[in-house]
Structure formats: structure tokens, C-alpha cells
Design a protein around this ligand. Structure first.
Ligand code: NAP
Length: 904
């Protein structure tokens, strides 16, 4: 055994009641606890593992209901820390049964000699931090006390069954079982009238197996789930071959993937695929029977966009209709209340076909709710069901239940964890909690955990924790504690991440909505295991950012701060761009820079369809200018928005912001006319703004010919285009029209000063650099001309301008001049709203379907346009009936009226 020689370092656990002194206590002897014990012992920490159960296994010890299996392919659902272990164990099936998984864990325990340090049948009754001793004091239900330096919860995310909240539960005279606490004796189902309450993953696995044994099975369904066929059988030859070809690289890819299984990131979004292509992809996934493949490999927007998700949902419903003979039963089994993937889809074997059996009845609790349990069975509002056995597959008090509800945990100053978490779990990295020194959670709330292959996440957490404890010991530190700042920053990051997926839109255990009275909010980390891993690594490489360390020989070391301030997808994008080592655009010369940006644009998602796109020309200030018109799909006439593209007056054209114009046309239901104004250096200042003004005038005069609504028009622009839009409004005021109802300025250039803090803070690293902006200004406008309000609208007269909506991005050199313009407009009496987009960079809003987190900002901008044009606010899809309260709200962006400013 590799660590046998180190076993002597560990205290031998006994069941005596005297206080024990150990370095680390771990709660839970499942996948996480076993690996922790192995690593901690190897690192020389005296460790004791405690578990209420009689044996190892954790969730796999308790969940031994008929049909229980894992839903991640077993070759992926395996430890990877020891290459020799990997070849020493062979799984017999693609999805192993609960007994086989338990055998695997037994094999691990033997191989690494773990049982000697595990105390079974032991429940911790209190855990109290002793500030003076800097240790945790634990009491156990056998009257013992244990003192430990570090206390680690390896309690799992789905360990505390949730009560079924049904009246009269004690009145039933038959047998009652919970899937999450299935007895270890043989449960005789043959010849019995059995009920299953609950149709989540546990119910869906158990129902077909119970139906085969019971005389009659009645399924009580409140909410249908999406279930996908597992197609269980031998381990898939192609996946196994892929793994065996290069184990190390397969495992490494899994560690950096989205969900802990090495499938690639899809790039094509749903509307880029034809119906036939989508169906082909769907059928392939249906035939494959892999949950992670199904939720990630159909199209790129299936998990992030309601439209992309709705396409999957309908295809699954089609399958349900095809499998289930009775159309009414098929309809009851078909989910409509949540987007596909927002709840965990289930993996089944013959689930839907089970409802074709003569001995199975489905009861729709939405039509006839359960009234009570009675001595002989269950009554609903309409019927009575006589039963011998009732099986509750009603789920868990997930993520927090096992940590919070099991025993009182008191941290620094007697602070109770239950009180701290009363409004939802607060953590740093899902690993630690401010005010609770030396307490760690493995796969705690705020980490990818249940949204990933748990084994990959467990190994990452265990390695991170043990490496920190080892490093602290070497450095002479004895306590580690998250700071409040770091924890608050993590909560914001979690909220940002939650906008990237649809999980917030379902009543589920992910959000706590399954437990009455539980605080709501998306609990797992939705940014993916790769991003999460990179952040944990960053915390270390940045000197344990967000942690306070103390030790007897050291004064306190506190590296306070937030680890992620960028939006998650912005962070990924900027990291990718940095890794690509792209040349500085200004170093390429004008022709090179234009070719380079055209090449980048050609690689981005194409943008969604609109009603019509028309290319044309209009008369500019000195000859024809090209334009591209985007018409909504809805019947007109629509208000018109004259749009000016970005590109520093040098790059881009009327087509270069195509995805943005399409998106805004769809959201605002307005015609967007993108103008191809002339660019520098061929045409320097003031050509671009004079073209902009002339184009606006012509479009206003020809609004009805363009299919638009007559009357005032709107202007909008991004970056240098925002500059042109702002100047156009000033020129229209001063030159007798046209009448403009509102201006939308997105990260506008308003002033040539490079002195504002945002130019220093964001000088490099955020795509638009200070040096690129210098080059743009130099190419466009001589220093002498830059004080002209047509170059620098901030220097112009601002009274009497149209209503404005100004969007700025936190990580943008232009941020402060945008804020200054909004302030100045407000001071001049112009009604102005300001959207300060936190965590975004200059290009966030234009990168449609790349920076998904900016979608809500574009929605706000579209709403502003609709307000300017006195249109009703945009309605979300009417065909999705979302029953959920949103989880953690999206990171606040401030909307400030009348130029009032707020800090970013
Ligand atoms: P679950 O997904 O929370 O499902 C619980 C079911 O019980 C839901 O259908 C729920 O309906 C219903 N329910 C709850 N209270 C009820 C009540 N008072 N009356 C009627 N119905 C009630 O729980 P689960 O099935 O145990 O699964 C939890 C998670 O465990 C899964 O999502 C998965 O991550 C994991 N799991 C994995 C596997 C595997 O394959 N490896 C197997 C089992 C579980 P509502 O939706 O209306 O609340």
C-alpha cells in the first residue's frame, strides 16, 4: 500500500468517551471522506473520520432502493488520483448499480487501509470553535468529545431526506420506505399494492423495477421530470478506448471541462442548425444515453437560452408521446413548467414504457392533490387508494441540509452557522465560511458539486484543502478563515454565473424551492468545473486571496479582496484572448487592423434571424453611404433606430455589428438602420459625424418609405458610434432637426482626456487598451480639433438634448467619460438613465451569444428604446410558464436617473 508507512502518524480511532486530540476530523465516509482520509494521512495529519452509518459508502450506503445506479458513466464516475488504482478496477456496466459502487468503495477502503481511522455509528451532536485553543471541539452521540484543529464536512449534497409534508403520515398501517433511507433488509414487493410518491431521479429509477415486482403500482406525480434513456449495458467500447488511449489526458480534460466529463464545448447555436440537423443531433444523443452529453452537446444555447432549451424540451415530449400508449398519460408525463435542463434531467431504464403496463396507475397530483395518508393508504381530493407499501422518493434538503440541519455548528464568537445561513448559504468558493475558521466543506454550496461529475469535483476540493493545510503547516500557520469581502465577492460571482444558465428558472432542490420555507437561490456554482478550478488556482497563486491566516509565530496575514470581479464569461473570453497572444491591433496598420477585425468578426456566432435584412445606400454629406436595415418579424410600421457601429472611427462598417443589430432589432421590435459612415484616416474628423448627422436626417425624412413609423426617430451607437450618436443629437438640436426621441449611448467616446481613472485602471488587458484608443484618436482627429464638441460631445452644450440612456462597462478605459457624459446630461436637465454594467468590458454588449451575461443589459437597453418611443415594454416568451421565483438575483447593475451617479 502506498501510504501504509504513514499510517503510524494517524491516531487510531476508538469509541471511548474521553476527549481525543487529532489534527483533522472528517464527517462522512463516502467518496469525499475516503479520499480525504487517504490524502490527509499521506500528508501526515492525524485524522479521524466519523459517520452515522454502519459502513462506508455515504450516499451509496443509504440509497439502496430498487434500481439505484449512478447517472454518470462509471468510467467517469471513478477516482482518478492513482493511475494504478485506475487499472486495478474494472466496472461491469456503463452505469454501475448501487451494490457495485459500494463494492468499489470497499475495494478502495481495503487498498488504502482506511477503515482503521473511521468510526462508524457515530453522530456529531455539536461542533464549537474554541477561539483560545484555536481548535474545534466536537461532541458525539455516544457522549465522547473530540478536539481537532481542522473540521471538514464531507457530508455530501444529497444526504438529508426531506420530509414529504403529507398529513397523517403516521396513520398508515402498512410499510413506509424512503428511497434515501432504504432498509438493508430485503423489502418484499411481490404481490403487494405499492405506491411511489415523487418522480425525480430516485423515483424514476425505482418505478420500473418496482412495477415488475409489485401486484400493482400507483405513481403519485406532482411535477413531471424530463427522463432520458440510459441504454445501460457493458461499458461503452468507444469511451473506454478513448480513456485507455491516453488516460492522463482524458482525466485532465475532464478536470477542465464544463461538467467534469470530457465533452467539447459546443459552438453552434440552435438557430444555426436546420430542423433536420437538430433532429439528427437529438436522435444521436437519445441513442447514446449519456446525461452530460445530452445536456451539453446538442447546441451551444441549449442550457443558456429559453429558445434553445425549448427546442430540446419539445423533442423529448415528442418521444414521450411516441412511447406512452395512452395520450392522456403521455400528456401528464410531459413537463411544461420548467426549461429543459433547469431541473436535473433523469436517466431511466424503461421509465415511460412502464406506464403501458396494466399494473401501473399514474395519479396527477396537479389535478387531484393528496389529501392525507390514512390507515389503509392515500386519499386524494378525488379518490382513495388502498395500499400495502408507500415509497417516498420525495428528495432531499439538498446542499445545506447535511451541513446545517444535522448539528449546531458554532464559529468564532459563538456565531451559529444556521443563523449565518438563514437567508441562504454564504461561502467563499463553496469551501469555507467567514467566521468559521478551519472549517471546510467538500463540494459545499457555491461550488460546482451537483452540477458536475461529483468525483472530479471531490478530488479537486480534497486536493485543494489538503495542499493548503500542508502549506500552512510548513509556514507555521494554524488558522485559516475566509474574509467577509471575499465571501461577498463570491456571492456576487455566483449570482453572475447563475445568469449564464437556466437553473434559476425552476422550482428545484438546486434553488432550495423543494423545501418549504428554505431560502431561495441557486446554490451550486453554475460556471463549470474548469472555470471554478482556475479560480481556486488563482486564489493560491495570488497569495491566498480572500483568506486570513494566523499562527503562534506569526502576526496575522490577511490578503483581503475579491477573486473574481469580471463576469464569468468575460473572464473566460479574456483568458482565451490572452492565451492566443493576439497582436496589438494598432501595431497592424490601418489595412492590417481592418483585416484582423474582419477575421475576428467572421468567427463569431452569426446572430439570430430577424424579419428582413435590406442593404442599401443613402445620401451622405458628400456622396452615397451604405446602410443595412434590420426589420423585425412583427408587423409594422415600427419606430426606427439609426445605429452607428463601433471601431474607433477607423474600423468596422455598417455590417460589422451585425449580431448586435439583429439582437436589438428583435428585443426592441424596432427597425435598426446601421449606417456605413466614412472612416479615418481616409476621411478624418469631422467626416464621420457629418455623415452620421446627414444619414439621420435622410432616414427621418424617409422613415415611412423604409417601412418605419413617421415622427421622431431614435439614435444609438457603440463606442465611437456612441460618439457619433451623441454628436448627431447635438447637431440635430442646433441645425433644426430631425426630431430625435431618445439616444442610446453604449460605452461612448465623449472626451479626449486620458486622465480619468478608468484609463489607468483598465489600460491593458481588457481588449480596448489605452494605446489602441490613442491610435484611434490620432488616426481620426488632430489634437487641435479634439476640443470641438463634434469630436468631444462632453465639451458641447448639453441642454435641450433628447432623453438618454448611457451604458458603461466597469472594465473599460471609456467608463469614466461615459459616466461623466451621463452626469453632465443630467446636470443640464436632460432626462438620463445610466446603466453601469459590473464585470463587463468594452465589447461585452456587442458580443452577442459569446458574452451571454450581457443579454440582460441588452434587454434593458431595448426597454429604454421602447420607452423613448412610447412602446409597451417587451414581453418575454408567452409560451413558457415559469413557475419559479428567480434564484439569486443577477448582479446588480445600477440604473441611475437624472445623471445621479453611483460608484462601480
Ligand atoms: P427530487 O429530484 O427532489 O425529486 C423529488 C420528487 O418528489 C419530485 O418529483 C417532487 O415533486 C416530489 N415530491 C416532493 N415532495 C412531495 C410531496 N409532498 N408530494 C408529492 N410529491 C412530492 O429527489 P430525488 O429524486 O431523490 O433526486 C434528487 C437528486 O439526487 C437528483 O436530482 C440527482 O442529482 C440525485 N440522484 C441521482 C441518482 C443517480 O442516478 N445517480 C439517483 C437518484 C438521485 P416536485 O418536483 O413537484 O417538488
Amino acid at each position: 500500500m502506498p501510504d501504509a508507512t504513514l499510517a503510524g502518524h494517524a491516531s487510531k480511532a476508538t469509541s471511548d468517551s474521553t476527549a481525543r486530540q487529532v489534527d483533522v476530523v472528517v464527517v462522512g465516509a463516502g467518496f469525499a471522506g475516503l479520499y480525504l482520509l487517504h490524502r490527509l494521512r499521506k500528508a501526515g495529519f492525524a485524522t479521524m473520520v466519523l459517520d452515522e452509518a454502519e459502513d462506508i459508502g455515504g450516499t451509496w450506503y443509504w440509497n439502496r432502493y430498487p434500481g439505484a445506479r449512478c447517472d454518470i458513466q462509471t468510467i467517469d464516475y471513478s477516482y482518478t488520483f492513482d493511475p494504478e488504482l485506475e487499472t486495478a478496477w474494472k466496472w461491469s456496466e456503463k452505469y454501475a448499480t448501487q451494490p457495485e459502487i459500494l463494492r468499489y468503495l470497499g475495494f478502495i477502503a481495503e487498498r488504502y487501509d482506511l477503515r482503521s481511522d473511521i468510526r462508524f455509528r457515530t453522530r456529531i451532536t455539536t461542533a464549537t470553535w474554541d477561539d483560545a485553543e484555536e481548535r474545534w471541539l466536537l461532541t458525539t452521540d455516544d457522549g465522547g468529545t473530540i478536539s481537532c484543529r481542522y473540521y471538514i464536512m464531507a457530508t455530501g449534497c444529497l444526504s438529508t431526506p426531506k420530509p414529504p409534508e403529507i398529513a397523517g403520515i403516521g396513520d398508515f398501517k402498512g410499510e413506509v420506505y424512503f428511497t434515501g433511507r432504504w432498509p438493508h433488509k430485503d423489502v418484499k414487493l411481490a404481490g403487494k399494492r405499492v405506491a411511489v410518491v415523487g418522480t425525480g431521479s430516485s423515483g424514476i429509477q425505482a418505478i420500473p423495477v418496482i412495477a415488475e415486482q409489485a401486484a400493482h403500482l400507483t405513481v403519485f406525480q406532482r411535477t413531471p421530470s424530463f427522463a432520458l434513456p440510459a441504454h445501460n449495458g457493458p461499458v461503452l467500447a468507444d469511451r473506454l478506448a478513448l480513456l485507455e488511449r491516453d488516460r492522463a489526458s482524458y482525466r485532465e480534460q475532464a478536470r477542465w471541462s464544463l461538467a467534469g466529463v470530457p465533452w467539447p464545448q459546443q459552438t453552434l447555436v440552435s438557430w444555426q442548425l436546420s430542423d433536420t440537423e437538430r433532429r439528427e443531433r437529438f436522435e444521436k444523443a437519445w441513442a447514446m444515453g449519456d446525461l452530460i452529453y445530452f445536456v451539453s452537446q446538442l447546441w451551444a444555447d441549449q442550457g443558456s437560452d429559453l429558445d434553445g432549451s425549448a427546442l430540446v424540451a419539445e423533442l423529448v415530449r415528442e418521444k414521450i408521446r411516441a412511447i406512452v400508449n395512452d395520450p392522456k398519460t403521455a400528456a401528464i408525463l410531459s413537463p411544461h413548467d420548467h426549461p429543459f435542463g433547469a431541473k436535473r434531467p433523469c436517466l431511466d431504464t424503461n421509465y415511460y414504457a412502464t406506464y403501458n403496463r396494466a399494473n401501473v396507475t399514474l395519479v396527477n397530483l396537479r389535478e387531484e392533490p393528496i389529501a392525507a395518508m390514512i390507515a389503509t393508504g392515500i386519499t386524494t381530493s378525488q379518490r382513495r387508494f388502498d395500499l400495502d407499501i408507500i415509497v417516498f422518493a420525495t428528495g432531499f434538503d439538498a446542499m445545506t441540509g447535511a451541513i446545517m440541519a444535522v448539528h449546531p455548528i458554532s464559529g468564532r464568537g459563538g456565531k451559529s452557522l444556521s443563523a449565518v445561513w438563514a437567508d441562504g448559504p454564504q461561502t467563499y468558493l463553496g469551501l469555507t465560511v467567514a467566521g468559521f475558521p478551519n472549517l471546510f466543506m467538500i463540494t459545499g454550496p457555491g461550488s460546482p458539486s451537483v452540477l458536475s461529475n461529483m468525483i472530479v469535483s471531490i478530488e479537486q476540493h480534497v486536493d485543494w484543502v489538503v495542499d493548503r493545510l500542508t502549506a500552512m503547516r510548513e509556514a507555521g500557520f494554524t488558522t485559516i478563515e475566509a474574509t467577509e469581502t471575499a465571501q461577498a465577492g463570491w456571492a456576487r460571482h455566483l449570482a453572475d454565473c447563475s445568469t449564464l444558465t437556466l437553473h434559476r428558472l425552476a422550482n428545484t432542490w438546486y434553488t432550495g424551492a423543494n423545501v418549504p420555507g428554505k431560502a431561495l437561490g441557486v446554490m451550486p456554482y453554475t460556471g463549470g468545473v474548469g472555470l471554478y478550478r482556475s479560480i481556486c488556482n488563482d486564489v493560491v497563486s495570488r497569495g491566498l486571496l480572500g483568506f486570513r491566516l494566523t499562527g503562534p509565530d506569526h502576526s496575522e496575514q490577511c490578503n483581503d479582496g475579491e477573486i473574481v470581479r469580471l463576469q464569468p464569461d468575460v473572464r473566460i473570453l479574456l483568458t482565451m484572448m490572452a492565451d492566443m497572444k493576439l497582436p496589438a491591433i494598432e501595431s497592424l496598420g490601418v489595412a492590417g487592423a481592418r483585416a484582423f477585425t474582419a477575421m475576428l468578426n467572421a468567427r463569431r456566432p452569426a446572430g439570430r434571424p430577424v424579419g428582413e435584412i435590406v442593404d442599401g445606400t443613402l445620401p451622405g454629406s458628400d456622396g452615397p453611404l451604405p446602410y443595412r436595415l434590420y426589420r423585425p418579424v412583427t408587423p409594422g410600421p415600427h419606430p426606427i433606430v439609426v445605429y452607428f457601429h463601433g471601431g474607433g472611427w477607423v474600423l468596422g462598417d455598417e455590417k460589422s455589428d451585425d449580431p448586435f443589430c439583429r439582437d436589438m432589432c428583435r428585443r426592441s421590435e424596432m427597425i435598426f438602420v446601421s449606417v456605413g459612415y466614412r472612416r479615418a484616416p481616409e476621411h478624418r474628423f469631422p467626416t464621420a459625424v457629418e455623415d452620421g448627422y446627414a444619414a439621420t436626417r435622410w432616414i427621418a425624412e424617409h422613415a415611412t418609405e423604409l417601412g418605419g413609423r413617421g415622427g421622431p426617430i431614435l439614435v444609438a451607437g457603440w463606442s465611437a458610434g456612441g460618439n457619433i450618436a451623441a454628436v448627431t443629437c447635438q447637431l440635430a438640436r442646433d441645425r433644426g432637426g430631425p426630431e430625435i426621441a431618445g439616444q442610446l449611448l453604449i460605452c461612448p467616446v465623449t472626451d479626449p482626456s486620458f486622465d480619468r481613472p478608468s484609463y489607468t485602471e483598465n489600460a491593458t488587458g481588457y481588449f480596448l487598451t489605452r494605446s489602441l484608443m490613442c491610435w484611434f484618436w490620432d488616426t481620426y482627429c488632430s489634437p487641435a480639433d479634439r476640443t470641438d464638441p463634434r469630436a468631444s460631445p462632453l465639451r458641447g452644450k448639453l441642454a435641450g438634448l433628447p432623453r438618454a440612456f448611457v451604458t458603461t462597462a466597469e472594465f473599460d478605459p471609456l467608463r469614466d467619460e461615459g459616466i461623466a457624459y451621463a452626469k453632465a446630461l443630467g446636470a443640464a436637465g436632460v432626462p438620463v438613465e445610466q446603466l453601469k454594467a459590473c464585470g463587463h468590458f468594452h465589447a461585452s454588449f456587442a458580443m452577442v451569444d459569446v458574452v451571454i451575461s450581457a443579454a440582460s443589459e441588452r434587454a434593458k437597453m431595448a426597454d429604454a428604446l421602447r420607452r423613448f418611443a412610447a412602446q409597451p415594454q417587451y414581453m418575454e416568451r408567452p409560451d413558457v410558464h415559469l413557475s419559479a421565483r428567480p434564484g439569486t438575483s443577477a448582479r446588480a447593475v445600477e440604473q441611475v436617473a437624472q445623471g445621479e451617479s453611483a460608484s462601480q
